[in-house]
Design a protein around this ligand. Structure first.
Ligand code: ADP
Ligand code: MG
Length: 701
């Protein structure tokens, strides 16, 4: 519903022109009026308050100080080159320091001039210091005119600054933009939601996000635009989901038949947890409705997702369909194969394994049996969805550890059958609820929030490098009891060679500390061939080796119940979720298990929080929430496929309430008016028909 004017090329805007337009495109991806309109300030300077230097407290956020520049000089060479300035007011002295843009500053700064500086102050060697403050020469008139308010700060680049598009310059063209188009911007939210959530109308929101009158106005503008942003994402996802449900009929599993019941009554080696039962019920419900199921099962490591997958596959088989289970690595696929084989008698169902290293001869047999329907369950890596693999009647597909599979691959699976198979995605990466809603808003979500009874919580300890001998001692003690130990090294992304060296150095130390023939060590890392990896894994699985030294290839899904100690080297280098994943490799048997986090003696603040969190908590969801707070959603796996990266204002770590409200509002709309026929939903209807209408939708792919 946005007028044509917002699609105008940015070059047409007053104050821009072809040259600057080129730079705006290249540097910050602004092509049109609407791109600029949604280039929101990342901060605001509170023009209403100046601090005195002696009031500065390091706990303050970004502050504004009025100072006189006394002197400045450049010191150091090349990498250490920096510009240091001394500035004063009538209460004290502050040091300003820059590591970048030095040449420009040297030309433009004037000693003795009065400046407004803006930044975050720190105490350094007993001095008050500000690094990279924003500087603006002080103009008494401008302030006494009474236009005191929050000034927007836009992020800029060196290049943009050369074309006078620093924050101030951007502010100017933004102001020109609002002059010509503000009154043309139309509403995208139904009026009753604006009323219900006390939001601004769209025009007011845009006006106030760029040029807020005061903090209250700003807050309201932000809530409005965040709500709109999240609302439109949810709207699109849920709309897509509805369309899919209408368009694709699903296979109907009306029987709970022989295999399922026999397995449940005679083969299941333990009592299912209530959480497992609940998810199986959900799957049964989904698969009887006649619509295609897309369900995500989230369950912490060790919560028993495999059994749930198996029972769902049996359900498919009972109804005359085939099923497949896809895993991200060969190790994991192979392990799934062996553990299902171990659960099921030989002639109960036919299962095969298909991976990159399956021999040609075996592939042929598998292909034949798949096509004839003789094969009921196929387990494998992504080799399984490649073109030549043809099923007779694929009814159910399980994807383990989905974050390694893209949306595209999911789509390939759909095409494996006339009626797309039901899809069950399982993940042990506990995704915080908010993120799951945004990432997988088009899936239904089940949570297995209960571990099998009798599991002893894993004890986690953090040891520093200087305490390494204690670790060795502990390992020996556990190995003497018959237990096995994992030692994991981090992947250093920049260099596979360094990784290997790091790991091999570790192996060296270990072999000296744990010599043959008393101790035997398995080594698994990314540079090994699949067969070698498998061989090493199997030695460990069979208990022939007591120590497994590995890179993070063992992260996902590996199950060796007798391994009860997980040692993570350089633990400070891992993200929280990954640490939790790794820890989940132990604690799978009856024995008390331990996780030891080894770290260097010096830790960053975040590093410390991560390790402390691990020591304190065993709860995957709590850990995921903290991870989200620490890293921001941008770093969570899977986000590339989802548009989460493109969130302009909303922050999934802090805006959970808004997200909830937005999602409920959308659900409510589709519930009451699925075809968007009511007059108040006409705006939404046009957005859904033409998804690049509407300024917020521009960037959401
Ligand atoms: P994950 O959810 O991490 O994939 P698995 O499915 O590998 O977990 O299960 C972990 C271990 O717990 C397996 O050895 C499995 O046999 C066992 N297990 C699963 N469900 C139960 C249960 N209800 N009671 C006892 N043990 C269970
Ligand atoms: Mg698993």
């Amino acid at each position: 519903m946005i007028e044509q004017i917002l699609k105008s090329p940015i070059a047409y805007l007053k104050g821009v022109g072809p040259q600057r337009a080129e730079i705006l495109k290249k540097e910050i991806g602004i092509y049109t009026y609407s791109d600029l309109l949604t280039y929101y300030p990342f901060r605001y300077i509170d023009k209403t308050k100046f601090y005195k230097i002696n009031q500065i407290d390091v706990d303050l956020p970004f502050i504004q100080v009025l100072v006189r520049l006394r002197s400045f000089e450049i010191i150091g060479e090349k990498r250490t080159k920096r510009l240091i300035a001394q500035a004063i007011d009538d209460t004290g002295e502050i040091e300003l320091i820059w590591f970048q843009g030095i040449n420009w500053l040297q030309k433009n700064l004037r000693a003795n001039q009065v400046y407004i500086i803006f930044g975050k102050a720190v105490l350094f060697n007993g001095k008050v210091q500000m690094a990279h403050p924003e500087m603006e020469s002080y103009n008494k008139n401008a302030i006494s005119k009474g236009n005191l308010r929050l000034q927007p700060v836009y992020s800029s680049t060196e290049k943009l600054k050369q074309y006078s598009l620093d924050s101030k310059g951007i502010q100017k063209i933004m102001s020109n933009l609002l002059d010509v188009c503000l009154d043309q911007i139309q509403e995208s939210l139904p009026f009753y939601l604006i009323e219900k959530y006390k939001l601004y109308k769209q025009q007011q929101a845009i006006q106030n996000i760029h040029f807020p009158l005061d903090a209250h106005n700003l807050k309201k503008a932000q809530s409005t635009l965040k709500f709109e942003e999240l609302f439109l994402i949810q709207f699109r996802m849920l709309k897509a989901k509805m369309l899919r449900t209408e368009k694709y009929k699903g296979n109907i599993f009306s029987n709970v038949g022989e295999k399922f019941n026999y397995f449940y009554n005679n083969l299941l080696p333990f009592e299912l947890t209530n959480a497992q039962k609940k998810v199986i019920k959900e799957i049964r419900f989904d698969t009887q409705r006649g619509a295609q199921m897309n369900r995500l099962v989230q369950g912490d490591v060790g919560s028993g997702k495999t059994i749930v997958a198996l029972m769902a596959m049996l359900l498919a088989i009972d109804n005359g369909f085939q099923a497949c289970l896809m895993a991200p690595t060969e190790i994991l696929a192979t392990q799934h194969y062996h553990s299902l084989k171990a659960l099921l008698p030989n002639d109960f169902v036919t299962i095969s394994l298909l991976t990159g290293s399956t021999k040609k001869k075996d592939r042929k047999i598998i292909a034949e049996n798949l096509a004839s329907g003789k094969l009921s369950i196929l387990i494998g890596t992504h080799a399984l969805i490649e073109e030549p693999v043809k099923f007779k009647n694929l009814g159910f597909a399980v994807i383990d550890e989905q974050h390694r599979f893209g949306v595209e691959q999911r789509a390939k699976l759909w095409k494996k059958n006339n009626i797309p198979p039901h899809i069950l995605v399982m993940t042990a990466t506990p995704i915080p609820r908010t993120l799951a809603m945004t990432l997988y808003g088009d899936l239904d979500i089940s949570v297995i929030d209960e571990l099998p009874a009798g599991r002893k919580p894993i004890e986690t300890k953090h040891l520093f490098e200087s305490q390494r001998l204690r670790m060795f001692g502990f390992m020996k003690q556990e190995i003497a009891k018959g237990r096995q130990v994992y030692i994991v090294y981090p992947l250093i992304q920049e260099s596979a060679k360094l990784d290997l060296k790091n790991l091999l150095d570790g192996v060296d130390t270990m072999s000296k500390e744990f010599p043959l023939p008393q101790y035997k060590i398995s080594i698994v890392h990314g540079q090994l061939k699949a067969a070698e990896k498998e061989f090493e894994m199997q030695r460990f699985v069979k208990g022939e080796t007591q120590i497994m030294v590995a890179t993070t290839v063992i992260e996902v899904g590996v199950n060796v119940p007798n391994a009860s100690v997980m040692i993570i080297e350089n633990a400070e280098r891992f993200g929280l979720s990954q640490l939790h994943q790794l820890r989940g490799r132990v604690g799978r048997g009856a024995e008390q298990s331990y996780c030891i986090l080894m770290s260097g003696d010096k830790l960053s603040k975040d590093g410390r929080i991560r390790l402390d969190t691990m020591v304190r908590s065993n709860d995957g969801f709590e850990i995921a929430e903290i991870d989200l707070q620490l890293r921001g959603p941008g770093n969570i796996e899977g986000k590339q496929q989802s548009g989460v990266m493109d969130l302009k204002l909303a922050d999934l770590a802090t805006d959970q309430t808004i997200l909830n409200e937005a999602r409920l509002s959308v659900l409510d709309i589709f519930d009451k008016d699925p075809n968007l026929e009511l007059p108040e939903h006409q705006i939404l209807k046009s957005i859904s028909q033409n998804s690049d209408n509407g300024i917020m939708l521009n960037k959401i792919s």
